[in-house]
Design a protein around this ligand. Structure first.
Ligand code: CUA
Length: 144
């Protein structure tokens, strides 16, 4: 991979795979089985893969705790309809990453966080009556 997704960039880069919603749910289950639950959120398994599944109307995989300065591969797919993955740092809401998510495709976005803090995850594509409630959270800490 040739670069990293940064907040404020308009064109996230990454790889795409074909995946059925059932297959993606299985990947999601394997991931959450290996992750540990804490009060603040999910601690990801060893390795740098982080999974989110968009679904009417929540984000599987959130909240999650990540650390600064580490290169993560963020996996994204939808289990039903089109959703929008939008992430914003709480301290700078004008900076954001936006990404359309479709069923049948898995995107893998390389992402690194420079700053610790709370990052809000919202859906920015209308996806039905619960669209406005489709929120999640990523907590970024300096060291896990
Ligand atoms: Cu999901 Cu709007």
């Amino acid at each position: 991979m040739s670069g990293y997704t940064r907040f404020g960039d308009q064109n996230p880069i990454g790889e795409t795979l074909k995946v059925s919603p059932e297959e993606y749910q299985e990947k999601m289950n394997d991931y959450t089985d290996e992750a540990s639950e804490t009060e603040e959120g999910l601690l990801v398994p060893s390795g740098d893969d982080v999974y989110f599944a968009a679904q009417q109307w929540y984000w599987q995989g959130a909240p999650v705790i990540l650390e600064t300065g580490r290169e993560y591969n963020i996996h994204l797919s939808s289990l039903d309809v089109q959703h929008g993955f939008s992430m914003r740092p709480e301290q700078a809401l004008s900076k954001q990453i936006n990404f359309q998510i479709l069923p049948e495709y898995e995107w893998i976005l390389p992402m690194e966080f420079d700053e610790p803090g709370t990052y809000h995850l919202i859906c920015n594509e209308f996806c039905g009556v619960g669209h406005r409630t489709m929120h999640g959270r990523v907590e970024v800490v300096e060291e896990l």
